[in-house]
Design a protein. Structure first.
Length: 288
């Protein structure tokens, strides 16, 4: 797919005049010329190289010449495998090219073991989306990544007698990507995982807890809320899940740690912390 300079400027945030100036001064980027009308046209690789330069200037504070030199010296094809796939993923998302996004995810999955694919590739993509993408592209990208995490989660074998975790996002919270990643990590560590997913009302939590009697309930709060709203949601969830212990996580919970602990829930940043909390609960329950 070859793109005109006007499209490149829109996708990268670099003005057309700036791109032409870089080309004259630094020999970067290197567009081809379309047949007949002699317009500048750019490849997918050039688009990502321009975006990398823009990112080095904005985030790392490099001068234009330094950023261009760094990108030219380390093209995508020479990067470590995970980084190479990530750069291709972002380039495809910027072009809203779903077919290419699928190809990149397929190739990454074939090239990596499960741990690297989930923890070193998919989860970093999820964490960076809000900072990198507009709303439309974030919706596209998160949909593809969440789909892959669900596939990995369902493909993993459950341990017959492992502890049971119930995972959910509360009502009004639709960001289940981190929760899916947690489910994959727990299942790989021998847990049985039941994923209720996004926008789960308290009544659904109660019904699931009454049937499953989970060893731990993990609730994800990504959406930021006022203290009163957070307290109401968490209180309802705690009543619905009782007597199962409840652990919360996510940026929306991180802002309300005092409320979380006051209400009787715990907070965890990772699967390791959640498992450590479960071990503490189990030890306390076994004491005479």
């Amino acid at each position: 797919m070859m793109l005109r300079i006007r499209t490149i400027a829109r996708l990268t945030g670099i003005r057309e005049a700036t791109l032409r100036a870089w080309e004259r001064r630094y020999g970067f980027p290197r567009p081809m010329r379309s047949e007949g009308n002699n317009y500048r046209v750019y490849s997918r690789e050039e688009v990502e190289a321009i975006r990398r330069v823009a990112r080095l200037i904005e985030l790392d504070g490099l001068a234009v010449s330094e950023a261009i030199a760094q990108v030219v010296a380390s093209p995508v094809k020479t990067m470590p495998r995970a980084e190479r796939h990530q750069e291709r993923f972002w380039a495809a998302v910027m072009l809203l090219d779903g077919d290419e996004v699928s190809r990149v995810l397929d190739e990454a999955q074939e090239a990596m073991d499960v741990d690297t694919y989930c923890d070193g590739f998919l989860m970093p993509l999820l964490r960076e989306m809000s900072a990198r993408l507009d709303v439309a592209r974030e919706h596209l990208a998160s949909g593809y990544v969440r789909q892959r995490l669900r596939q990995v989660l369902s493909s993993l074998e459950s341990t017959a007698n492992g502890p049971r975790a119930l995972l959910a996002c509360l009502a009004g919270d639709f960001h289940e990507g981190g929760l899916l990643g947690l489910g994959v990590q727990l299942k790989r560590k021998g847990w049985r995982v039941t994923m209720l997913g996004a926008d789960t009302p308290a009544d659904a939590l109660r019904a699931a807890c009454e049937q499953l009697h989970p060893d731990m309930v993990a609730l994800s709060f990504v959406q930021r809320r006022e203290t009163d709203e957070f307290a109401t949601l968490l209180s309802d969830a705690l009543r619905a899940c009782a007597p199962s212990p409840v652990v919360v996580g996510g940026p929306g919970a991180r802002e309300h740690l005092k409320t979380t602990f006051t209400l009787g829930a715990q907070y965890a940043e990772s699967s390791q912390e959640l498992i450590a909390l479960w071990s503490q609960v189990r030890t306390a329950q076994s004491r005479p």
